[in-house]
Design a protein around this ligand. Structure first.
Ligand code: AMP
Ligand code: MG
Length: 493
């Protein structure tokens, strides 16, 4: 009899190269692991045997209850600024890095479990996750991926057969998360806060190995790394703002070095456009409101600069501060350029023209004044580009208020080289018809908690092709009915 091939071909660089940056740890045993969602397409991208994972053994592995061959499970240590206050000791309190695989494109990806039981970093928490938030992270992350936004992804969701106490008993669950890495701004902060410069340097070299290997061994590589993180995060913030995504907990421990979106907690998409929108029940001061996200990211990157400062210019702190400030000062303009580029795409424009920013901001103010659905308006402007503005106009309480702006935009469009038909085509690849509508997400989570996964599966199917109009899927494109009321999200931890 031939031996079964291992489920994963692990190559665990974090465990191997970064001793002292984690605690080796295993997941908790659970009564009855059951695979409830599995991402076959991602499994294939990772070079995994999907059939072998959709088994009882796979479910036990995804629950953290069984260690697959070649795994070196560990809890990573990190710190972080949470809502502006520094917590020097965080870490994977309910998560494990199981190992790393090299995907079909040669990229190294972390296989990570969230909800796999307590660790030495649990700080009194139970180390568990429950089904609703696990599915929310699964759905939102996959939606972001389909929207072409860099993100961690979901490989699997399992229920554990255990009830976990939250605001009452809830079904326990574990999410398998795939990421370019789990290096966070807070990982650097942990060692910097303890004055462990050698460890900060070791971590920075590891980050370069993971994300910027072209900088490896070069002089000035640490400033180079900082500069790359700024560039990735400026682009990421523009993509969130262009899509109407609100993360909700932009703490530095939830801010990646890779530039991927991570940690889908109380996140949600905007419906009526308003930069002051906050969904999270714990964000009392509106620190992480929609419109504040780019400047919060710059604040988070300033914390990264502080953590890396000793590496920039080891014998000259003043010069290190100058170098870091100059880099950080690039963020607003980098962000703005990405945002302007994205807005041009959303409005069928290709050339850069003075006054573009005003044109875009004037549209946003109109939307804000009349509480217009952000996603639908951009989608319907595609029809306006080919001479049918009615659907866009009807989104306004007073449709005539859009007309002067439409004329300005039409003038701007007609000065482009694109035909109206091509402009609409470009717009339809930038303006999704389907986003994870809050009421649809809640409906899917409630059904799953009652044992029916069909709505979650249907929602995931629709969100896989957000730019393509799908038959009989009109309901997925609509904003929440008034009866849904104001939306509130919870961390669910
Ligand atoms: P998050 O809000 O998911 O970004 O988590 C912030 C910190 O709290 C991280 O260190 C988590 O590991 C930890 N944490 C969140 N929920 C739990 C839990 N149920 N048990 C233990 N630690 C947790
Ligand atoms: Mg987190």
């Amino acid at each position: 009899m031939t031996a079964k091939p291992p489920l994963f071909q692990f190559d665990n660089s974090y465990a191997r190269d970064l001793q002292g940056f984690y605690v080796a740890w295993e997941g908790a045993k659970v009564p009855a692991p059951e695979l409830v969602l599995f991402n076959r397409e991602l499994a294939e991208e990772l070079g995994l045997e999907a059939d072998a994972l959709q088994t009882a053994e796979g479910a036990a592995v995804f629950a953290g209850a069984v260690q697959p061959d070649g795994a070196s499970p560990l809890a990573q240590v990190y710190a972080g600024h949470q809502f502006g206050g520094f917590s020097p000791q965080l870490g994977d309190g309910r998560a494990l890095l199981v190992g790393e695989v090299i995907d079909r494109n040669g990229k190294r990806r972390d296989i990570h479990l969230k909800g796999s039981g307590p660790t030495p970093f649990s700080r009194g928490g139970d180390g568990k996750a429950v089904l609703g938030p696990v599915l929310r992270e699964y759905i939102l992350g996959e939606a972001m991926h389909a929207l072409k936004i860099p993100t961690t992804r979901a490989l699997a969701a399992v229920t554990t057969g255990e009830m976990v106490h939250r605001e009452g008993p809830k079904p326990g669950a574990v999410l398998t998360r795939v990421a370019a890495s789990h290096l966070r701004v807070g990982t650097f902060q942990f060692f910097a806060a303890r004055g462990q410069t050698d460890k900060v340097r070791q971590l920075a070299d590891y980050a370069i190995f993971r994300h910027d290997p072209d900088l490896s061994g070069k002089d000035g590589r640490y400033l180079g790394l900082f500069s790359r993180v700024i560039e990735r995060q400026a682009e990421l913030m523009a993509s969130w703002m262009l899509a109407g995504f609100i993360h909700g907990v932009m703490n530095t421990d939830n801010t990646t070095i890779s530039g991927e979106t991570i940690d889908y907690g109380p996140c949600a998409f905007l419906e009526a456009y308003d930069p002051a929108t906050v969904f999270s029940s714990i964000d009392h001061g509106g620190r992480y409101a929609f419109g504040r996200q780019p400047s919060i990211m710059q604040w988070n990157l300033a914390r990264l600069a502080e953590a890396l400062l000793a590496l920039f210019e080891p014998d000259n702190l003043d010069k290190a501060v100058d170098l870091a400030s100059t880099e950080l000062g690039r963020f607003p303009d980098l962000y703005r350029q990405h945002w302007l580029h994205g807005m041009r795409g959303k409005l069928g424009l290709t050339r850069e023209v003075d006054g573009d920013q005003d044109l875009f901001e004037d549209l946003l103010s109109l939307m804000q004044q009349q509480k217009v659905d952000y996603t639908l308006l951009f989608r319907h402007l595609g029809d306006a580009a080919i001479g049918d503005p009615e659907k866009a106009r009807r989104l306004f309480v007073d449709p005539t208020s859009l007309d002067p702006w439409l004329t300005r935009w039409q003038d701007r469009l007609s000065a482009e080289d694109l035909s109206p038909r091509l402009a609409k085509e470009q717009m339809d690849t930038a303006n999704p018809l389907y986003i994870p509508r809050n009421h649809k997400v809640e409906e899917a989570l409630a059904a799953a908690e009652a044992g029916d996964y069909a709505p979650a599966v249907s929602l995931l199917e629709v969100l896989k092709h957000p730019f393509t109009e799908q038959q009989d899927r009109e309901a997925y494109a609509q904003p929440a009915p008034d009866s849904f009321g104001p939306y509130r999200t919870f961390c669910g931890t």
